[in-house]
Design a binder for this molecule. Structure first.
Ligand SMILES: CC[C@@H](NC(=O)c1cc2[nH]nc(NC(=O)c3ccc(N4CCN(C)CC4)cc3)c2s1)c1ccccc1
Length: 272
């Protein structure tokens, strides 16, 4: 069976990030010198926010997923105060930092990331997992610049549960904004949002207030700026994903076969 880990097995390095629940540090396993990311969640927080079931689901889901574009969960352990998740280390950090640094991605870079995401989501949906919280903050880059989906804190095993979402509305599909039962197609909508944001540098329904974003999502108030230049194939793909009726959104399979993806994406998932 998997060996039992404990904190003294690791040398803890610098903090990598802070989420609503917990913090992540780079760490190195002493014997193998293998570098990981250690996510620490205090048991006090688990009690306070009653997120045991969410954490358990995140662990079970992420532990079972083994895909090149999904961040691995290698194991976990706990001590008297904390629960520790031993996660794959993504050496190049958060994709959104690269996006804000570059302003927007080239069509090749954007298509490569969208293809990686689509393959990862097809794999997750195959295992009846809906991530539901795909946004640039949850996308990491490994040492080769390969995209990794992280933080399955909001994912569910196919049955859609009622829950309150926190954070930005920008990525929420209409059925989630309306808190209707939703299905896998929410992730397809989000792919449309991300494709737009990768190419233009901002999400399509951004507004000054949450209420206005809400209204723009419900109206699917989509428009394409004249700069930067974006090909009509890219706009076609985005328009076939940002569709209110979830049953009419382009399927993951059809995204992989879309002319813009075929023409621009690097199939090995890494751009030169
Ligand atoms: C996605 C959020 C989630 N994060 C994880 O689970 C995370 C899991 C995981 N594995 N590897 C990571 N790597 C980094 O965070 C990272 C950040 C910056 C880096 N660089 C800075 C710039 N430099 C030029 C190159 C190196 C390198 C690695 C993270 S974050 C989370 C959830 C709850 C609490 C905290 C964090």
């Amino acid at each position: 069976p998997e060996r039992q880990w404990c904190l003294s097995d690791f040398e803890i390095g610098k903090p990598l990030g802070k989420g609503k629940f917990g913090r992540v540090y780079v760490a190195r396993e002493r014997k193998s010198k293998f570098v990981v990311a250690l996510k620490v969640i205090s048991k006090e927080q688990l009690e306070k926010y009653k997120i045991h079931h969410q954490l358990r689901r995140e662990m079970e889901i992420q532990y079972s997923l083994k895909h090149p574009n999904v961040l691995r969960l290698y194991g976990w352990f706990h001590d008297s105060e904390n629960v520790f998740l031993i996660l794959e280390y993504a050496h190049n950090g958060e994709l959104y930092k690269e996006l804000s640094r570059k302003g927007h991605f080239s069509e090749q870079q954007a298509a490569t990331y969208i293809l990686s995401l689509t393959k990862a989501l097809a794999y997750c949906h195959d295992k009846h997992v809906i991530h539901r919280d795909i946004k640039p903050e949850n996308l990491l880059l490994d040492h080769e610049g390969r995209l990794k989906i992280a933080d399955f804190g909001w994912s569910v095993q196919s049955r859609s549960k009622r829950h309150t979402m926190c954070g930005t509305l920008d990525y929420l599909a209409p059925e989630m904004v309306e808190n209707k039962a939703h299905d896998y197609a929410v992730d397809n909508w989000t792919l449309g949002i991300l494709c737009y944001e990768f190419l233009y540098g901002a999400p399509p329904f951004e507004a000054d207030s949450q209420v206005d974003t809400f209204k723009r999502i419900m109206k699917v108030d989509l428009s394409f700026p004249s700069t930067p230049y974006v090909s009509s194939e890219a706009k076609h793909l985005i328009s076939r994903l940002l569709v209110k009726d979830s049953s009419r959104r382009l399927s993951l399979q059809r995204i992989m076969e879309h002319p813009w993806i075929i023409k621009n994406a690097n199939p090995i998932g890494v751009c030169s």
